[in-house]
Write a protein that binds this ligand. Structure first.
Ligand code: 5AD
Ligand code: SF4
Length: 443
């Protein structure tokens, strides 16, 4: 039996897809194919955070229905599945089942039930999330919580993924140990609000929090790096920032969603912090880790956003100088508070597009400047990939601050950490040379 799976959206969806694949491989002996035409099961793991991918879903279903081999099933999973539920089957009768983002562990069950719709957002999936893929490489993702307790006024996620539940700490440690014993060197901890970890469990649980979880996971021998996404700026207390700075296993790269630089807009978004709070946390972080890599998400054109509000966002961009930026034009989503706003509050689409372009251009300039300033810098690079064939020889990996660096002429072992000096910047792509001996791979 062959499985074709298409995954859209965030890291959480990628992790859910990995879980679905593993369940189907282990329990139903499916193998993966990247050709939908030969698949026995076609899955689309969807995202509903913005409107466009959701609109595209039905034309995609139509295409797959035309191409699929006779008897093959089509299943729709993820946030759009949770959002639209049985409407999907009504609108697209070629769909065999619908499986919500909170219900991924039921995959082997729903494939056997014609027209099944499993989208319960109260379903406690938190102890089933660990089914691991067979081939893992050196990196793995680990869900530490499911759902989201915030109610940001633009965001559909609390509606599609339900209330936040943390996964018991001892389960996480056990799973992390297992992954490391299987060769994993880097763990990416996932949650909608990772630093809200520990606030609610399904059963009684000793008091804990995200900082404590980080401390415990970092004790695992053989684990080299811990990353996480995403923390919420509101919960970035000093204890957390100090652990981030001082714990050598925690990667010095962090994604801190800003959403807007205007305190007025942040209030309307119900983010719970101000521009000043955000900048204060960044200042504290940079004072502890001067070369920290910082990423963010920004929405432009939120209802009523004025030129001045947007200038506040531009100001935060120029102060923080983000290393990565995911930026979006506001997209109204049903089941959110902002969806109820009067039409007159909406920002003109052309204005929003222009703001997005200005933001992205300013960010491009920041990146160009930062890449040039990298020349001569030293980094610990965890080797993820290498090649020594067809006349090409290189190794590639990421620095502690999450910069991708290619080392030409060296085939360093995958999973090793090398000290690398940046020697060239080619339009933002960094090249380096190994300055500290790391074992060359036996030929
Ligand atoms: N419109 C535009 N962007 C959105 N995001 C979430 N909801 C919306 C929306 N309605 C963005 C946020 C979030 C990221 C995953 O998607 O920036 O952090
Ligand atoms: Fe959405 Fe806000 Fe929850 Fe993030 S914190 S998933 S933006 S509601």
């Amino acid at each position: 039996m062959k499985l074709f799976i298409q995954t859209l959206g965030c890291a959480m969806n990628e992790r859910d897809s990995a879980h679905i694949i593993a369940e189907l491989q282990h329990k139903k002996h499916y193998t993966l194919t990247d050709n939908a035409k030969e698949a026995d099961l076609i899955l689309i793991n969807t995202c509903s955070v913005r409107q466009k991918p959701e609109q595209k879903l039905f034309s995609e279903i139509g295409q797959f229905a035309k191409e699929k081999k006779q008897g093959a099933k089509i299943g729709i999973c993820g946030c759009t599945a949770s959002h639209l539920g049985s409407e999907i089957i009504k609108k697209a009768p070629s769909v065999d089942f619908v499986l919500g983002a909170r219900n991924v562990s039921k995959i082997t069950e729903v494939i056997e039930r014609p027209k099944a719709v499993e989208v319960d957002i109260d379903y406690d999936d938190s102890t089933y999330v660990f089914q691991s893929p067979q081939t893992m490489g050196i990196k793995a993702m680990l869900n530490i919580s499911i759902g989201c307790d915030k109610q940001c006024s633009y965001c559909i996620v609390p509606f599609t993924r339900g209330k936040e539940i943390s996964i018991p700490q001892d389960m996480l440690i056990k799973e992390a140990r297992k992954l490391v014993a299987n060769g994993i060197k880097e763990l990416l901890l996932l949650g909608q609000n990772v630093n809200h970890y520990g606030v609610r469990f399904s059963h009684t649980h000793p008091k804990t929090n995200f900082t404590q979880l980080l401390r415990e996971i970092s004790k695992i021998e053989g684990l080299q790096r811990i990353r996480f996404t995403s923390p919420h700026p509101l919960h970035m207390d000093d204890e957390f920032l100090e652990e981030f700075a001082c714990n050598p296993k925690i990667s010095k790269s962090i994604h801190i969603p800003l959403q807007s630089g205007s305190t007025r807009i942040l209030k309307m978004m119900a983010r719970g912090y101000s521009k000043e709070w955000y900048l204060d946390r960044i200042a504290k972080l940079k004072s502890l880790v001067p070369d920290v890599g910082i990423g963010t998400d920004i929405i432009v054109g939120f209802p009523t956003e004025s030129d001045q509000d947007f200038e506040d966002t531009m100001e935060v961009l120029s102060i923080v100088e983000f290393d990565t930026l995911y930026s979006f034009v506001y997209s109204p989503r049903p089941h959110t508070r902002a969806f109820e706003y009067d039409k007159s509050m909406l920002v003109d689409a052309r204005v929003a597009k222009e703001r997005l372009a200005r933001l992205q251009n300013a960010h491009k300039q920041i990146l160009t400047r930062k890449a040039q300033a990298e020349i001569g810098n030293l980094h610990s690079v965890l080797i993820e990939n290498h090649k020594d064939s067809d006349g090409e020889c290189w190794s590639e990996g990421r620095s502690d601050t999450n910069k991708l660096i290619r080392i030409i002429g060296e085939k360093a072992p995958i999973g090793s950490i090398c000290q690398v000096r940046v020697v060239k910047n080619d339009g933002g792509s960094l090249f380096g040379e190994i300055i500290d001996s790391c074992d060359k791979e036996e030929k």
